[in-house]
Design a protein around this ligand. Structure first.
Ligand SMILES: [Zn+2]
Length: 236
């Protein structure tokens, strides 16, 4: 449910107070893409992050942050990032947030935020930009130890870049592991799409209904989407 109520929020970085829209976490429950991250409702996506009109700090809650965030937002580098031309306000916020997360070496969240910007590029019908952002996001995870959940997300990103060789190698690696549900179904589906050289967007529901478990009800698929998403929210 979207929270349309405006509230005064004091910026953690500069101390200025500004009026911001609130957003409850339940509004993030929408149809999920196979990267398990970027398939959110476009109408609510713009409210995932708040932006300080004074210093440009971007966060889910402007009142929160750490000293690393405050120092980075004061740099010339961050000021230059705020001035870069962007194709949408929403993507700009996600990319600024990704820069803040990179500065604190939180590569998983930078990956997540960059994928949100890629999802926005999809919504704006800018496929080349979306592919470029997914490529950048995938580099944030290169060479790092990753959870199965994150590797399954990365698999979808690599397919959509597309980097067929890297996607196939990761899919085969995952197929050799004893994955549980719904990861096994997703990887099986991804392998088929990679072999077909298909870089289109698919949702988790489509995979669960059409590929692996044709008798699964809509309620089952939606329940699984929520289970996957709640796992993600716990990490944040
Ligand atoms: Zn500020």
């Amino acid at each position: 449910m979207t929270n349309d109520r405006k509230e005064d929020v004091r910026c953690f970085c500069c101390g200025e107070t500004s009026e911001q829209l609130g957003l409850s976490r339940s509004s993030q429950l929408g149809v999920r893409d196979l990267d398990l991250r970027s398939g959110m409702m476009p109408s609510t996506m713009g409210r995932w992050l708040q932006e300080c009109p004074n210093c440009g700090y971007v966060a889910a809650d402007l009142a929160k942050g750490d000293e690393c965030d405050r120092l980075f937002v004061q740099t010339e580098k961050y000021a230059a990032l705020c001035e870069l031309p962007q194709f949408s306000r929403r993507s700009s916020r996600f990319l600024l947030r990704a820069a803040i997360e990179l500065a604190r070496e939180d590569f998983e969240r930078a990956f997540d935020s960059t994928l949100c910007a890629a999802g926005d590029a999809d919504d704006c019908n800018l496929p080349d930009i979306a592919r470029g952002l997914r490529k950048i996001a995938s580099r944030y995870l290169a060479g790092r130890p990753l959870t199965v959940d994150l590797r399954v997300s990365l698999l979808d990103v690599l397919r959509r870049v597309p980097d067929w060789a890297a996607a196939a190698a990761l899919a085969v690696e995952l197929m050799d592991e004893n994955l549980g549900h719904p990861h096994a179904a997703i990887v099986c589906f991804q392998l088929g799409r990679i072999e077909a050289r298909d870089d289109r967007c698919y949702t988790l529901s489509q995979v669960l209904r059409s590929n692996h478990d044709p008798e699964a009800s809509n309620d089952d698929a939606e329940h699984l989407e929520h289970v996957v998403l709640l796992g993600r929210l716990k990490r944040r």
